[in-house]
Design a protein around this ligand. Structure first.
Ligand code: NAD
Ligand code: ZN
Length: 364
């Protein structure tokens, strides 16, 4: 059975294109009562970007905090706030931020039209009703959330996305100018999320020409950004060029995994994050660094990139966790069956036993 892939409807790309947001949203403001909600990372409070948000009188500016990655309880709280803001539903939910904020915006747009807690919809195709129109303005590049059909949430008993065709954004606004001030370490970790998407997709058993075409281009762009000799050169044109490339790498990397799958690194990092709350980008880096057995070439290149960016990863992360926590971490990781099947083939259970998973966790 072939997947009938739902893609985002509209994309705008270019340095400065964020200023067209108001014009784009105008089509959604059909009546005088129409309003939109800007779900915005609170890192921008008091910053220049705040002043540039095209807020109309009856719009809502909803600051969100992503110190912790999105949880179902937080989504439910935010959705309630949006519902209580007005008698009618918003005509648009616009997420401005990195992967966490984009996933919050996707989740809110879905939960406004689907009853109950977001925890009920963690899984595949459980969402019943179409979402409110939703758009993304990425301010951090790498996760590919801007193109994916999932919104990753940690719930009461699992870390799993709201995966559905309705989750996909209706509009994406790709303005590379918005990622220029990302702190260097965060830029690296989220950028490496994209690099790892490419490696896992391209070396997986689910690979096909659709995914390969996007994945190879994304990988080439990542190499330009993170392996180029003058990576540390602060020349503005050079930095602009790299930001353009990383923004498109994220987009293409997301397209690549959308029609294939991620692999061992993502499965294990989900386990890590479920127990320790480790953020996605850095968590993937920590795990990937220990996966040379599965991705020898990729890990070698990743280590070179780390060296160039002068990144030191934290060590001995799991040394203080209990036996029970370790068991849960392994169960969460091994529960992600398609990821393992993509990485190791249909007989993956013979290779990735609980003991093997534990031995990798102990290494990190
Ligand atoms: P993030 O959104 O969690 O943000 C990381 C940090 O960077 C935060 O402190 C944030 O405030 C800050 N930040 C964002 N933009 C900034 C800017 N322009 N300047 C300065 N600081 C900025 O990071 P992320 O790596 O983009 O996203 C990780 C999240 O994405 C995780 O929750 C993960 O589960 C999710 N994810 C989703 C998908 C998907 O397909 N939906 C794929 C991969 C990861
Ligand atoms: Zn990822």
């Amino acid at each position: 059975m072939f997947r009938n892939f739902k893609m985002i409807s509209n994309v705008i790309f270019g340095r400065g294109c964020f200023k067209q947001t108001d014009e784009i949203l105008a089509a959604k403001r059909e009546t005088k009562k129409s309003w939109v909600v800007f779900v915005t990372d609170d890192v921008f409070k008091g910053k220049e970007l705040e002043k540039r948000i095209p807020l109309h009188d009856n719009d809502m500016l909803l600051w969100v905090n992503v110190d912790d990655e999105p949880k179902t309880v937080y989504v439910d709280k935010l959705t309630e706030k949006v519902r209580n803001f007005s008698d009618n539903l918003p005509s648009g939910v616009i997420g401005i931020g990195g992967g966490s904020t984009m996933d919050l915006a996707k989740s809110i747009s879905l939960m406004l039209t689907n009853p109950g807690s977001s925890a009920l919809y963690q899984g595949w195709d459980l969402i019943k009703n179409p979402a409110v129109f939703h758009a993304a303005v990425p301010t951090l590049s790498g996760t590919g959330s801007e193109v994916s059909r999932t919104a990753v949430l940690t719930g009461p008993d699992k870390k799993l996305g709201l995966n559905s065709d309705y989750t996909v954004f209706d509009q994406v606004i790709l303005d590379p100018d918005l990622i220029k001030n990302v702190p260097a370490e965060q830029h690296f970790y989220t950028g490496m999320d994209c690099y790892i998407h490419c490696i896992e997709s391209l070396s997986g058993t689910y690979i096909n020409q659709f995914s390969r075409s996007y994945g190879e281009k994304a990988l080439e762009l990542c190499r330009d950004v993170f392996l180029n000799d003058d990576f540390n050169k602060k020349d503005k044109d050079d930095k602009d060029d790299k930001d353009d490339k990383l923004m498109m790498a994220s987009f293409f990397g997301g397209m690549s995994i959308a029609y294939s799958q991620v692999g061992a690194c993502h499965a294990l990092s989900y386990g890590l994050s479920y127990i320790l709350g480790t953020h996605h980008g850095i968590g993937c880096c920590i795990v990937f660094d220990a996966l040379d057995e599965f991705y020898p070439e990729g890990v070698k290149e990743f280590k070179e990139m780390m060296k160039k960016a002068d990144i030191q990863l934290p060590k001995n992360l799991v040394k203080n966790i209990s036996k029970d926590q370790m068991e849960t971490m392994i169960s969460v990781a091994l529960g992600l069956e398609p990821l393992w099947e993509n990485c190791l083939g249909p007989d993956w259970k013979k290779i990735m036993t609980r003991e093997k998973a534990e031995s990798i966790f102990i290494k990190i």
